[in-house]
Design a protein around this ligand. Structure first.
Ligand SMILES: Nc1nc2c(c(=O)[nH]1)N[C@H]1C(S)=C(S)[C@@H](COP(=O)(O)OP(=O)(O)OC[C@H]3O[C@@H](n4cnc5c(=O)[nH]c(N)nc54)[C@H](O)[C@@H]3O)O[C@H]1N2
Ligand SMILES: Nc1nc2c(c(=O)[nH]1)N[C@H]1C(S)=C(S)[C@@H](COP(=O)(O)OP(=O)(O)OC[C@H]3O[C@@H](n4cnc5c(=O)[nH]c(N)nc54)[C@H](O)[C@@H]3O)O[C@H]1N2
Ligand code: SF4
Ligand SMILES: [Mo]
Length: 696
């Protein structure tokens, strides 16, 4: 229990009137959000009563988003899974009976061992960022599966297209420090609804606005963020590279270039110049569905304003050409020399500043000489139908693939296979948990230790448990420790001491070899890292050449165009499916998390499809009517929202609702496909053509 300025009582406090014991505990938000807030949980007599933002942590500033303000409601939700459950009905029916931990774990260990004896690669762990914690997300679990020799998972579902694009341009997920956007004079918010998904950046952008900065939003949807920016470029999905190339064209034509920066710190300028000159604004305007003047105006502002900053986000990379789009945008600040200023440049992700000692946590050496196959999580639908080298057991944690992975019909059919042994570690009976043989109850962030590095800023945060586990829940790491103990009956390799490291010890191991002081983390909940203000002011890119690589030899070697280019979508609108569908996050959900929290669901309402008034009118659809959204992969039934947010030709299915909440048992991923991005093997959720009709 720790002192914070928020807490009225420096130490646990017994109220003389009510005789209750009150304490405040420092934590970290576990969610897949760039803000990674510092949390303060108030606990009265062992019960968490409130979760607030830590006022002492500058980037949190005492403020949380609506979702995590409801974390107590989620933690004590009446539908929390509180005991291990064993399936009693058909797969997917959600029929289970409670069983003891001992029975569940010994049966699971025996089943996994039997499969592993024949072929450990038939076992697949499936996890993502349900918690971003290093301990509950990527420590004991990895040791367990490495020892087993299970198939490896390629964790591509969110950020790998943009991440690898940055790697091949800057040398890593490196960029501006978020706090310096406050000093920028021009901010491009590119492919992001900051108000919904990056709230603490939005606060900084507001500060810049008050200091006279101009804010420009580049997004096919008239998002809440677009509403509040000075300018909105409402381009067609998947056309960002064309826009970026036209901006370059104008920078070149008007000589708004920093020739010295280009000469010293970039690679491949002449070839990029030639490519950009193929993209006059008129050509891009056609491709992007934008007025020419909007493009030339933006180029003028970007070329003549310093410091100019780009908050690029993952909305641009969920199309076929997503990697190239990120590369094209990432070239811009090197052309104008925006990097010379700490308030200039670009931020997509800063996660390569993380000091985490992942090798220490994950112990890949436990694989020995074995080199298991790798399965891409984004094509789990196909992977579960592979008959040549079938997956026979799945262990899912920190993820809800049946709802979030593309082409759900295939994913759900795969999870429904009677010959597949599935363990799901969860808080709730999600669409995925419904398909399990065993569901194991996991602790939430209020109940376990964890340590966090982030991708939106560069601080390190410690999460201390505020309350005892609810029901019989155990932390993920504890579950894998106990599973290892059961496995040790069959295989003594699982008896190693590294399978008994406790959660707090794992938190300490995560920082081994770094400059982060663990005692300071215990006292304050967060620690800053000393880093230069302007990462590339004097070049120093982390690429092989040390330069910003417009031309990437590494990409050329893997058969990708070495220069950024515009790649049209896989699914351009057609006569049969004339509307482009995007499905970005809902403000009050976190992917498919919080969908079952009543107060938040109440705000989001119901699964809806935003559609332009003209597209609605030609189909005889009025606001609020039930519609069928369909393509060759399936059909999703929801309510039309004719609310002015969708542009003509584009529809927006907001948020990842649970399939079981859908009118016909589907969500938007019924319509998405499994084709992957140009770079990074990532899904192309927003590259999806559909037709919409009134539901009869
Ligand atoms: N409230 C909330 N916050 C979240 C999440 C959530 O579900 N809810 N999810 C978290 C996760 S996992 C992630 S990865 C991040 C994502 O967060 P960001 O990467 O910041 O992106 P989003 O806020 O999802 O916004 C994406 C925006 O891109 C737009 N967009 C779609 N297609 C295109 C395109 O082709 N070009 C351009 N320029 N824009 C396009 C969409 O309309 C949407 O407004 O947010 C995190 N934060
Ligand atoms: N159509 C469409 N689909 C998308 C996207 C989109 O924009 N459009 N976005 C994609 C993106 S960016 C992402 S990141 C993925 C996200 O997909 P997922 O990573 O699957 O994220 P969530 O849907 O939030 O599911 C996380 C689950 O982890 C559980 N969980 C949380 N903490 C813990 C814990 O400590 N232990 C255990 N065992 N479980 C825990 C939660 O209860 C929740 O059910 O979805 C992708 N899918
Ligand atoms: S989801 Fe993001 S904004 Fe909300 S509390 Fe967590 S880190 Fe902060
Ligand atoms: Mo994500």
């Amino acid at each position: 229990m720790t002192r914070t300025s928020l807490c009225l009582f420096a130490l646990p406090f017994v109220c003389p009137m009510t005789d209750t014991l009150t304490a405040t505990i420092l934590g970290a938000c576990p969610h897949d959000c760039p803000d990674t807030c510092s949390l303060v949980t108030t606990v009265v007599d062992g019960v968490a009563t409130r979760v607030q933002g830590n006022a002492d942590h500058p980037l949190t500033g005492g403020v949380l988003c609506a979702k995590v303000s409801k974390y107590v409601e989620r933690t004590y939700h009446p539908e929390r899974v509180l005991t291990p459950l064993k399936r009693t009905g058909p797969k997917g029916s959600g029929q289970f009976t409670p069983v003891g931990w001992e029975e569940a774990l010994s049966d699971i260990a025996q089943r996994l061992h039997t499969i592993a004896q024949r072929n450990p690669e038939a076992i697949l762990p499936y996890s993502y960022a349900g918690t971003m914690g290093l301990v509950q997300g990527e420590s004991m679990d990895r040791r367990f599966f490495h020892q087993l020799g299970a198939s490896l998972l390629d964790r591509t579902i969110c950020a790998s297209a943009g991440g690898e694009a940055l790697l091949h341009t800057y040398g890593g997920k490196l960029g501006m420090h978020v706090q310096f956007f406050a000093e920028s004079k021009l901010i491009l918010i590119w492919g992001s609804n900051s108000i919904g998904s990056n709230l603490h950046f939005w606060r900084i952008a507001q500060e810049a606005k008050r200091n006279g900065a101009k804010l420009v939003c580049i997004d096919p949807r008239k998002s809440e963020t677009a509403d509040k920016c000075h300018e909105h470029l409402q381009l067609l999905p998947g056309t960002d590279a064309a826009l970026a190339l036209a901006l370059m064209h104008e920078l070149i034509r008007n000589d708004w270039l920093d020739h010295d920066y280009i000469a010293q710190h970039t690679l491949g300028w002449e070839t990029l110049r030639a490519r950009a000159l193929e993209w006059p604004p008129e050509r891009a305007a056609q491709v992007c569905g934008l007025p020419v003047e909007q493009i030339t105006q933006l180029a003028r502002e970007y070329g003549t304003t310093q410091p100019a900053a780009i908050r690029l986000n993952y909305g641009v990379q969920r199309n076929r050409g997503g990697g190239n789009a990120v590369r094209a945008v990432a070239c811009l600040p090197a052309l104008t020399g925006a990097w010379r200023h700490r308030a200039g440049g670009l931020l997509l992700s800063a996660s390569h500043h993380s000091p985490a000692n992942r090798a220490r946590l994950q112990m890949p050496q436990l694989l020995g000489a074995r080199r298991p196959r790798t399965i891409n999580m984004s094509t789990i639908g196909d992977a579960l139908h592979d008959t040549a080298a079938p997956v026979q057991a799945l262990v899912v944690y920190n993820s809800n693939p049946v709802a979030v992975a593309p082409e759900s019909a295939k994913v759900a059919a795969g999870f429904a296979r009677e010959d597949l042994f599935t363990v799901v570690i969860e808080h709730f009976m999600t669409d995925t948990a419904d398909h399990a043989d065993y569901v194991l109850p996991a602790t939430t962030q209020l109940e376990h230790w964890d340590i966090h590095t982030t991708y939106g800023h560069t601080d390190v945060l410690l999460n201390q448990p505020a309350i005892a586990p609810v029901g019989q829940a155990k932390s993920n790491a504890q579950i894998f420790r106990e599973l290892a103990t059961h496995m040790a009956r069959y295989d003594s390799a699982f008896a190693g001491a590294h399978f008994q490291d406790g959660d707090e010890a794992l938190c300490r191991q995560a920082m081994e070899g770094s400059a982060v002081n663990f005692e300071a983390l215990l006292a304050h909940g967060f620690a800053n890292q000393a880093l230069p203000d302007a990462p590339f002011a004097h070049g120093g890119f982390a690429t092989p050449s040390g330069k910003c690589e417009f031309h990437s030899t590494a990409l050329e070697k893997i058969g990708v165009n070495p220069l950024p280019d515009y790649l049209p979508n896989y699914e351009p609108p057609s006569a049969a499916h004339p509307l482009a569908m995007i499905s970005p996050p809902a403000r009050n959900f976190m992917n498919s998390t919080f969908v079952n929290v009543k107060t938040l669901r109440h705000i989001e309402g119901r699964p809806a499809l935003e559609i332009h008034p003209d597209d609605a009118a030609t189909r005889g659809i009025a606001d609020g009517e039930v519609v069928r959204v369909f393509n060759d992969r399936g059909e999703h039934i929801c309510h039309a929202a004719v609310n002015g947010r969708a542009r003509q030709g584009v529809v927006v299915g907001l948020g990842i609702w649970w399939r079981k909440d859908g009118a016909n048992g589907t969500n938007v991923n019924e319509l998405t496909h499994q084709r992957l991005t140009d770079i990074g093997r990532a899904p192309t959720f927003y590259d999806c053509a559909v037709q919409v009709a009134r539901h009869a």
